[in-house]
Write a new protein. Structure first.
Lengths: 471, 109
């Protein structure tokens, strides 16, 4: 009876994940979708604790509940305290936790399986080992992605021949997994081999993420997300557990498609992201040659800009990561409202990969109550730049770099960009003339119609708002 | 090859294959219809869902021999990490989506 109840609750949980993910696809139902998925998860967890029966009920309830309590408090605190701008690295951190969990499960099951298995079962062992390898790769990779996004690891460290080293390492890991699963290794201590495999897979995760540039981090996180999904799927295999199986596969396949969608938005292939890191080869050369010749640019100040904005018909704001870092989402909304009151048409142009994750800017601007329909996606707004008076680029760089259209030698050539240079005037707000995340110079800054406005986005915008109020 | 055939002739193995293939198709279908603006919350929501791996950790913990300290400690850590993934994932996603929800109340004003 209890087994039947458990299966039913797993079925309900799986339906909750599917409907939850589906509801997350629309802005109106998204929040309820998330709650529905969370409800399914809670149901699956508690029915496992109380109903699971495999030659005897589960014991050690004190350990289980204290573990859940510790994890829940820490997870809740971390999630509530985190700044909206730090969201991407938080997702990466939680993803790593899931990967580590999957790896630990495999680590515990491995010696147990060796003890209890009467006959060598290749598929059972493969399942454990795949969970171990994918889980630990996902964990170490996510931690590196976390450190990179959090600014603890600033440089893109590249070992010489890192592509060759990584390829050899992955071949070694696969080889060792196959040998262990097929019982081809004559060894007295199998557990030792499991630890070696764990170490190799963790090392691979580190080496895999290290050389990838910050601009590609969202793609990597999404990929690691689907990795953890697959690790959960192997866990589902291991325990014949439908809730783990459906949840894991859903995330595995959805994560993979999401990764591909993100790559498409940047007009790059997945292999290009993984194997050809940004800013190498041609990119580095063109950046240094550009740096040699001192090009001139025009500078403006906030009071002139306030006047210009006040008498414009149409203004388009291009938000980027600089806006997020400066926490300027509220003050930009204040400026937008002031201008709208005076009859200026204001829109936001959202590049698919603006910020550090697709949709990052939408989340930030929604936080400060910017209306949903003022956020216009790239395909729809690109035709409008030629009809607008002022474009304000706030802390964005690579997504407005005309080199993506004009310079085939540029590493970002082919990436769809916002055509801000079509506007009558382009204002670029940056903290300095430094290059963006892709590490390349931006010709836009030196054009005749471009005016640079240096300073922290929040400080500059606050000045503009007070100037506007005085006009 | 033999192994594969033995595997699929096991009880319930074919059912699992059904579940896997249908779930893959479902996952693909769901994502393809999502507007780019919701990609970040969706990634975060999916991230929380793979926290379902915690069920494995609970099973380990519940079946662990109370005298096997290593298994207890590893299982305990696994439960903590899994819960972090689930709770943190859902709360972060909710915080992101909360912002999208404010709009309708604003329109009524």
């Amino acid at each position: 009876m209890s087994e039947f109840a458990l299966e039913i609750s797993y079925l309900i949980a799986s339906i909750c994940y599917i409907l939850g993910l589906k509801m997350m696809a629309g802005p109106k139902t998204a929040r309820n979708g998330n709650l529905l998925a969370a409800f399914g998860m809670t149901l699956a967890i508690f029915s496992t604790i109380f109903l699971y029966n495999d030659n005897g009920k589960l014991t050690n309830h004190i350990w289980i509940f204290s573990g859940i309590a510790v994890g829940a408090v820490l997870g809740w605190l971390a999630a509530v305290k985190v700044q909206m701008t730090a969201m991407p690295q938080m997702v990466s951190l939680f993803n790593g936790m899931g990967g580590a969990c999957a790896a630990l499960i495999a680590l515990v099951e491995f010696p147990k399986a060796l003890e209890h298995m009467e006959e060598w079962n290749v598929l059972f062992m493969s399942t454990i080992l795949c969970g171990l390898v994918i889980g630990s790769t996902s964990f170490s990779g996510s931690m590196i992605a976390y450190l990179k996004l959090n600014g603890n690891l600033k440089k893109d460290i590249r070992l010489p021949f890192y592509n060759i080293i990584n390829t050899l390492l992955i071949i070694g890991i696969i080889g060792l997994t196959v040998c262990l699963a097929g019982n081809h290794i004559e060894a007295t201590d199998f557990s030792l081999w499991a630890y070696i495999l764990l170490a190799a897979a963790s090392l691979y995760g580190i080496l895999f993420v290290l050389p990838i540039g910050g601009a590609d981090m969202p793609v990597v996180i999404s990929l690691l997300n689907s990795f953890t999904g697959m690790a959960a799927m192997f866990g589902g295999f291991l325990y014949d557990n439908m809730a783990m199986l459906t949840g894991g596969i859903l995330v595995g396949s959805a994560g993979t498609i999401l990764t591909v969608v993100m790559c498409k938005a940047m007009n790059r292939s997945l292999s290009n992201v993984i194997f050809g890191a940004f800013g190498t080869g041609g990119g580095a050369v063109s950046a240094s040659s550009n740096g040699a010749e001192q090009k001139s640019y025009k500078e403006t100040n906030s009071s002139d800009l306030a006047v210009l904005l006040n008498y414009s018909q149409k203004v388009i704001i291009v938000p980027g990561y600089g806006l997020a870092v400066a926490q300027a989402q509220h003050v930009v909304h204040e400026m937008e409202e002031l201008l709208s009151e005076r009859g200026v048409e204001v829109k936001y142009a959202i590049h698919p990969v603006a910020g550090r994750m697709p949709g990052h800017m939408n989340v930030l601007l929604a936080e400060s109550n910017v209306e949903y329909d003022k956020l216009v996606e790239m395909e729809d707004i690109n035709a409008e730049f030629s009809t607008c008076d002022v474009v304000m680029v706030l802390g964005a760089n690579d997504v407005v770099n005309p080199a993506a259209k004009e310079d085939p030698a540029s590493p970002i050539y082919g990436m769809p960009i916002l055509n801000v240079e079509d506007a009558k005037t382009t204002i670029v707000n940056k903290r300095s003339m430094n290059v963006g995340y892709a590490g390349i110079d931006n010709d836009l800054f030196y054009r005749d119609k471009t005016n640079m406005l240096f300073g922290d986005a929040k400080k500059v915008l606050t000045e503009i708002v007070s100037e506007l109020k005085n006009l | 090859m033999e192994n594969i055939i033995t595997f699929f002739s096991q009880d319930g193995a074919m059912e699992m294959v059904y579940v896997i293939i249908l779930s893959i198709i479902l996952g693909v279908q769901i994502i393809e219809s999502v507007p780019a603006v919701l990609h970040t919350p969706l990634m975060s929501g999916a991230n929380a869902i793979h926290g379902v791996v915690i069920i494995g950790a609970i099973i380990i913990m519940g079946k662990a021999d109370p005298n096997n300290t290593l298994a207890l400690i590893l299982g305990f850590i696994a439960v903590v990490l899994g819960t972090l993934n689930v709770v943190g994932g859902f709360v972060v996603t909710d915080r992101m989506l909360e912002m999208f929800k404010k709009k309708p109340t604003k329109n009524k004003e």
